[in-house]
Design a protein around this ligand. Structure first.
Ligand code: ACO
Length: 382
């Protein structure tokens, strides 16, 4: 028998591009027409009229709440924000240099120790876990940011909205109304996005009937990558590295000549426009004007124009203007991706619950491109 190259008849699509992996009733994307829909509602409508707590309800329950339902849900979510003291003590033991995304990934996993039903795959139990983790993520991120600076964490205030309270716990003072509104908008826009890489990871873990905490921990690890959620932090790093509006053109030209990817541009599904980007751009401009500091925003616009001149299919994605927005409301750069988690936890949780309520193990196949028919030779003869 001679050595041969084996190839399956079915070819793989690199990066699973355009592959339909499952049915889902949570989120709809029409890439060519730039539409994004949560549970039947257009993202533009939600951005204009809704707020984060309502969107979380919509994603988890699959319908809009009435006044009473929303009030009760928001109260439950707010009362779940408190993190046990023993958990805060653990945070204090972490190395101060630890990246907040690594801290959050670890803490979500650790919170399973405090849940008597941590391994349960019962829908109601997992719904409770989802509420708890969505509520606590902001408290953990804010506490870590203060602890690493040697400051005391600030306890959550259930009278405030999720966005207001998070900003207060990070900044140490009552947040400006526009800044809180802009963070709320950001949280709405990023709450779900169909079968993106992190959501798919969450569903794959869920499909093994592993627990909610494991599924969410997988998702956080995937979101951290700079080709996915980690891009928002890289955008601001790039702008800081450029330093000045007069250096933008040269930097971008050189980066493109060296085949470097420009962070915050391009998308697997949106080749014309990411519908979230113009909404974030308008809010980023508003926030910069209020702050009377348009430097980062103007440099962002310059980068956008330069790329638009060169490429037809490389629009700014959701991470591009969110970087300028979060920076200008005073959020430390390395909290950008953890804040993305705060929002996407709603989507991940909805997808986890959908996966386990009609589960089949996710287990694709590979197109084998290696060798076959090799003959084993003892090591002394190699
Ligand atoms: N800058 C420069 N060129 C780019 C960029 C970019 N940001 N994105 C894509 N391209 C180029 C690629 O080099 C490739 O060129 P080629 O055909 O000459 O080789 C072409 O456009 C197609 O790009 P792919 O990487 O094949 O597109 P894919 O769909 O696989 O990747 C991705 C999408 C990962 C988002 C990519 O555009 C990218 O790396 N962007 C930068 C990172 C980023 O902003 N990620 C956040 C995405 S949004 C989110 O996850 C929340």
């Amino acid at each position: 028998m001679s050595e041969t190259q084996t190839q399956n008849t079915q070819q793989a699509q690199a990066g699973l591009q355009d592959l339909i992996a499952s049915n889902s009733s949570i989120c709809y994307i029409d890439g060519p027409n730039c539409h994004l829909v949560y549970r039947g509602y257009q993202i533009e409508d939600l951005a204009q009229h809704s707020h984060f707590e309502e969107v979380v309800y919509l994603l988890l329950f699959g319908k809009m709440p009435n006044q009473k339902e929303l009030q009760q849900f928001s109260n439950e979510l707010a009362s779940d924000r408190t993190v046990p003291d023993s958990v805060l003590k653990l945070l204090k033991a972490f190395p101060k240099k630890a990246h907040p995304m690594a801290v959050l990934r670890t803490m979500i996993s650790i919170l399973s120790f405090y849940d008597k039903e941590d391994n349960s795959v019962a829908y109601e139990e997992n719904f409770k876990k989802a509420m708890s983790i969505i509520a606590k993520a902001g408290t953990i991120i804010a506490a870590w940011d203060r602890i690493r600076q040697g400051k005391k964490p600030i306890a959550p205030d259930p009278k405030l909205t999720y966005a207001e309270d998070f900003l207060r716990m990070v900044l140490g003072k009552k947040p400006d109304e526009l800044y809180a509104k802009s963070l709320d908008l950001y949280l709405i826009l990023l709450a779900d996005h169909e079968f993106n890489a992190s959501t798919f990871a969450c569903r794959v873990t869920g499909s093994t009937l592993s627990d909610y905490y494991s599924a969410i921990t997988s998702a956080v690890g995937v979101l951290k990558g700079p080709l996915h959620g980690g891009a928002n932090e890289q955008v601001i790093k790039m702008i800081m590295e450029i330093g000045d509006k007069d250096k933008v053109q040269d930097y971008i030209e050189k980066a493109l000549a060296n085949k470097k990817k420009i962070m915050g541009f391009g998308h697997r599904v949106y080749k014309v426009k990411d519908p979230r980007s113009p909404i974030l751009k308008d809010m980023a401009r508003e926030v910069s004007e209020k702050k009377e500091d348009l430097k980062i925003f103007r440099m962002s616009e310059q980068i956008e124009s330069l790329l638009a001149e060169r490429y037809k299919n490389l629009p700014p994605n959701v991470d591009f203007y969110s970087a300028s927005l979060l920076y200008n409301i005073g959020i430390p750069t390395d909290l950008f991706t953890p804040i993305f988690v705060m929002s996407r936890l709603a989507g991940w949780s909805a997808h986890y619950l959908e996966q386990i309520s009609d589960n089949r193990l996710i287990r694709p196949r590979a197109n084998y491109t290696g060798l076959s028919n090799l003959v084993y030779t003892p090591i002394q003869q190699r």
